[in-house]
Design a protein. Sequence first.
Length: 184
Amino acid sequence: MFKREITMPNIVYIATSLDGFIADKHNKVDWLHDIPNPEGSDLGFSDFMARIDALIMGRNTLEIVLSFGIDWPYNKPVFVLSNTLTEVPAELEGKAFIINGELEHIVQQLNSKGYQNLYIDGGKTIQGFLQRDLIDELIITTIPVLLGGGIPLFGELAAPLKFKHVKAERLIDHLVQNSFIRQR
């Protein structure tokens, strides 16, 4: 297995249902918006984004974000993992970039370009990073809904990965956000 020196973290920041799904059986995430948020809080997302230098997401996640019909929500470079896409939509030129290859080499390449703190997003992408032991921190917000199926956050691993729980926070009186650091 590839061994890397950790200088800066690869971080997952994501929401799951109580039963561990990040999207429902139809690959939809509408259920994320069912919780009342009268104050319009971003639940710490702005503070998190201030910590990171760039995002790595999968093609499916890019397509979901584009389906929201909103302005591009990221002010940091987004690197989209894809073996099938050859270019990003014209409106994302200079904001999103297609990358592919071995995850270890992608991380090294981005780190060498000054992108040290990477936000890893998307089910398959997160699972791939976990399978290669490339996740250093998990920030998981639990939404109090049972979906009964869908896209799971976690997949199979060759060996257990141990994390230390470092923080739990109750948000908008409905959600729990847990933070974990990889124990090596």
